[in-house]
Design a protein around this ligand. Structure first.
Ligand code: DAU
Length: 289
């Protein structure tokens, strides 16, 4: 396998900045195929860093390489506390280990080559256009089609949910105002136990679909837990608020309803993305559980 990309695009367009969001991002897929994550997330990031370094070598001053990462690099929390930017890295899944590794590479290029780099680590996103491998769009699609809702373990894991547009706004602020060599945590200050989030989703879905309240609760199906399932994530985004003035603007009740409505108004999109390979993925993931 050729692990090195050619720098054609960088040479052709002489990019002055890179905002690097490309990644294999789904934990379950990383458990099934770890090498895909190592290739895309680690080797892919190294390739981008090398390409940027090659064209910026003469003058790095007004350039910027911004790497978008995840709170999962910090590992799992117990019942209390929150991740800060100095929390030691302790990833548990091949996905989070590959993101942690790419973060380290970005820092190494800053420290070794003086590349003007910045990193952000964000909590769980929700909103339109999210692929239905992730909890919320997967469950919306399943409720819509009266399919079982596969809750891992006892549904007691906790995640901190942020509306995707708020993440985009944070990226904009960090890209323009963040300091080189720094890391910024981004979070929704909005923790939910999975099972509570799922029940809330069911309530909204039943309402929007005109089903009697609680109808879809019967779809909840407890299945074998995810291997290495992190118990809780929570983000302390104080640094981003105090230094750069960002905080979430969309209330969860508003964003969650908007999200449900978006999927219901875009059923064709859901149909398109769940045809073909998705069926194979779904069968392999959930077929026998
Ligand atoms: O924390 C940020 C991370 O959030 C991002 O870096 C990842 O790219 C993104 O996938 C997300 O990771 P999670 O593993 O937390 O997201 P996911 O939607 O897969 O699962 C959310 C929670 O729901 C998690 O505790 C596992 C649980 N779950 C998920 C699925 C897909 C279920 O109980 N059943 C399911 O079928």
């Amino acid at each position: 396998m050729d692990l090195v990309i050619k720098f054609n695009l960088f040479q052709q367009y002489q990019f002055e900045a890179v905002i690097h969001l490309a990644a294999e991002s789904h934990v379950d897929r990383s458990i099934a195929s770890p090498l895909d994550f190592i290739y895309t997330n680690i080797v892919g990031t190294a390739n981008l860093l090398n390409a940027a370094r090659a064209i910026w070598a003469d003058n790095m001053n007004d350039k910027r390489f911004y790497h978008i990462s995840t709170d999962e690099v910090y590992g799992a929390l117990g019942a209390t506390g929150a991740f800060v930017e100095t929390t030691p890295y302790a990833p548990h899944s091949p996905y989070s280990a590959s993101k942690a590794s790419s973060d380290h590479l970005v820092r190494a290029y800053h420290d070794t080559f003086g590349m003007p780099n910045v990193i952000s680590n964000c909590s769980n996103n929700y909103g339109p256009n999210q692929f239905p491998e992730k909890l919320i769009p997967l469950f919306i699609n399943n409720i819509l089609h009266n399919k079982p809702l596969p809750v891992y373990g006892q549904g007691l894991n906790v995640r901190d949910w942020l509306y995707v547009e708020d993440h985009a706004k944070a990226i904009d602020v960090i890209f323009h105002k963040g300091k080189n060599g720094e890391t910024y945590n981004i979070g929704g200050n909005n923790e939910w136990k999975n099972i509570d989030l799922i029940k809330n989703l069911i309530q909204i879905m039943d309402e929007e679909l005109g089903r009697p309240e609680g109808t879809s609760l019967a779809l909840i199906t407890y299945v074998k837990d995810r291997a290495g399932h992190d118990l809780r994530y929570a983000i302390d985004a104080t640094k981003l608020k105090t230094e750069l003035g960002w905080e979430p603007s969309i209330k969860f009740t508003e964003g969650f309803r908007l999200t449900v409505k978006w999927y219901l108004n875009n059923e064709q999109w859901l149909k398109n993305v769940t045809s073909g390979n998705y069926q194979k993925y779904y069968e392999a993931m959930y077929g026998n559980r």
